[in-house]
Ligand binder design. Structure first.
Ligand SMILES: [Zn+2]
Length: 231
């Protein structure tokens, strides 16, 4: 996903603002509302904070807050929107039954503003949407996927197959790594470190804004192949 982050010094907060435009056979308002609620509650409940140097030289702690907006549009409308887009807030996500990768994905690279998600991933009630949102903001899977020593819930960017304490497994009664002995995605929680990681290597402009992600600005067909535009 791409997004714009901006600093609000008076409120001591940083707002990450994104708009998700949904299209495709299964893009319906009720589903989209559920997806947006999952993403905003997951990322806001993490209460990520970063230190910002003020203009007077002092250091202050800022809370990172997410404002996610959404709309459902037709395929024709998406072509228009995408070809004219220069705003990092805007992301375009198709929701279908199936695609060439057999899973929900964002763009072709980390940070893209286009996605193709599958209705079979229980979007809005499985953490898949929140996980994909993290990828789109540049977050990768953690290097260590053996989290059996971790008492708290697995982080949002833990991939399928991650080893966890029995209480976070699909089946708590089997040994780690056996069938059912890996992380059940619903237990993932965005942790504050992941929210902070979004800003790694970035600098805000003098106006206090920051563009996050990449504008791919492409439209997917029903199976997740991108249309090519003539410039
Ligand atoms: Zn992933």
């Amino acid at each position: 996903m791409s997004a714009i982050a901006y600093i609000r010094p008076e409120a001591k907060e940083i707002v990450i603002s994104a708009k998700l435009w949904f299209y495709g056979t299964f893009a319906a308002p009720e589903l989209v509302d559920k997806i947006v609620l999952e993403i905003s509650s997951q990322y806001n409940e993490a209460q990520g904070k970063i230190q910002i140097r003020q203009t007077d030289g002092s250091i202050a702690t800022y809370l990172i807050r997410f404002e996610i907006d959404s709309a459902v549009v037709s395929v024709d409308e998406v072509f228009d929107l995408v070809q004219n887009n220069t705003d990092y807030r805007n992301n375009y996500i198709r929701i279908e039954q199936d695609n060439i990768l057999k899973r929900s994905f964002m763009g072709h690279e980390l940070g893209g503003n286009i996605g193709h998600w599958l209705i079979s991933d229980n979007l809005g009630e499985s953490t898949t949407a929140a996980h994909e949102f993290g990828h789109s903001l540049g977050l990768d899977h953690p290097a260590d996927v053996d989290l059996r020593a971790r008492e708290s819930p697995p982080p949002m960017m833990a991939p399928r197959g991650t080893l966890v304490k029995p209480k976070f497994q699909w089946n708590p009664t089997v040994n780690a790594g056996e069938f059912g002995g890996t992380m059940k995605p619903i237990y993932r929680k965005v942790c504050p470190e992941e929210v902070v990681q979004i800003f790694a290597g970035h600098t805000f402009s003098a106006e206090g804004t920051l563009n996050l992600g990449i504008l791919n600005n492409l439209v997917y067909d029903e199976m997740g192949n991108p249309y090519y535009f003539i410039e």
